[in-house]
Write a protein that binds this ligand. Structure first.
Ligand SMILES: [Fe+2]
Length: 194
């Protein structure tokens, strides 16, 4: 079943008072969805799909343990009967490549399902866009650099932090190359946003 951006927003808003992280999950997800929508539009992709994926990517943060929000979100969207790609985004957004250690905030628990899923997954263009947008959004769209510093300040520096930053920079370059210009040009306020 297809998940429209409107339905995704409804699902997200049900979690408004169930946020288990720092209290900005809903606004952050809206920012990721809208930022992804703009990039998708410039690439001639399905804007509504990009938005829907962004709106639900962190839905697992409203369910259970924060460290397993990726798996919890995946299971939740799957149970609702939506197509695989909508469940997948809940897992894939936390990892920039096929290695679960390519993530922010230190090494995740080596849960076999998580390791195998990420190792064998072929990232779609939509997933790459969401991964970049997740690293360009708090409640507003920021430069990747500002957002990465924000993550370090909140989650600390770990053995895999440089690896994650390098892969994030590569991801931005890939999207810039696809667009044919710097992605920041799509967001006129980005330099002033805090
Ligand atoms: Fe996120």
């Amino acid at each position: 079943m297809i998940l429209t951006s409107q339905k995704a927003l409804e699902i997200l808003k049900e979690f408004k008072n169930k946020e288990k992280d720092t209290g900005w999950m809903v606004e952050h997800c809206i920012c990721v969805g809208n930022t992804a929508g703009k990039i998708a539009e410039s690439l001639g992709l399905d804007v509504d799909k990009a938005k829907a994926l962004g709106y639900i990517h962190d839905i697992g943060k409203g369910i259970g343990d924060f460290c397993e929000h990726d798996i919890n979100g995946y299971t939740y969207i799957k149970k609702l009967g939506y197509d695989e790609e909508y469940a997948n985004i809940c897992l894939t957004h936390s990892y920039l490549n096929n290695d679960i250690n390519c993530t922010a905030g230190g090494f995740p628990e080596a849960i076999p399902f998580r390791i195998e899923f990420i190792k064998n997954h072929k990232y779609t263009i939509y997933e790459k866009i969401i991964n970049l947008c997740d690293l360009m959004c708090k409640k507003v769209t920021l430069t990747l650099e500002k957002r990465l510093i924000d993550l370090i300040l909140r989650k600390g520096v770990h053995e895999n932090t440089i690896y994650h930053i390098q892969e994030a920079q590569k991801l931005k370059k890939d999207i810039d190359n696809m667009l044919g210009f710097n992605v920041y040009k799509l967001f006129p306020d980005i330099l002033d946003n805090e």
